[in-house]
Design a protein around this ligand. Sequence first.
Ligand code: OOG
Ligand code: MG
Length: 261
Amino acid sequence: MTSIDHAAWAAYLLASVDDRSPVAAITKQIDEFSIDDAYAVQAALLELHLGRGDRLAGAKLGLTSAAKQQQMGVTEPVYGWMLESSVLNASGEVELGELIHPRCEPEFVFVLGEDLAGPGVTSEDILDATESVTGGIEVIDSRYEAFSFTLPDVVADNTSAARVAIGSSAIGPRDVDLTTLECVFEIDGEVAATSTGAALLGDPAKCVAMLANHLGRHGQKLQAGWTILAGAPTDAKPLAAGTQARALYSHLDTVSIVARR
Ligand code: OOG
Ligand code: MG
């Protein structure tokens, strides 16, 4: 790792959240910003949020589908944190005034029943440790200008995490084959995209296993009670005033959000 001031870059990104104003990507300002530096900034940013009284609700993966990787031009999965303050209430109302240039995307969501530590965690281990699976819609909001970034930038920015609606229905992790669980994503009543769990690196549980192994490399573990987003199976859509997004799942209740100004 370099002599980069991780805490200062975390404060830079938090100011963007607070001001609802995008900032220049970090890699546009410093040449040698490594992935390790980026995860160190992400960790410092989490500390700043926790220091303000927020709490950890779980974790997330991003860029785990070909659709997302192509949309964002970043071809590797990323890992981030989910804060309690980001979880929307049952009305699914998203206050646009609190965000910069939000987009929304469907999610496959795992709720963990047991702690699980990498390395060596497999999809089967994840299914064993999972209490339930449900659907969700994530609202992402890159803190960078033009929603544009490289891999280390988006890692530092906690993988664009902003808000999330979590479904109220739940199935057991082995009740259905998660690779064939279908999701239809609608924007204002029009089908925007359809997908199955297999869009997530072939298997959503495999994505969560990668998260466990990533945390293991940082001396951390998945924790019982955490909510984990496996990543969007399809590309994200802009969330403008009045936009209503719905994710309809083959074996789960529909999740919806609506954007308000
Ligand atoms: C990065 C976050 C990606 C997902 O599900 O792929 C993500 C971004 O696209 O801004 O949450
Ligand atoms: Mg996502």
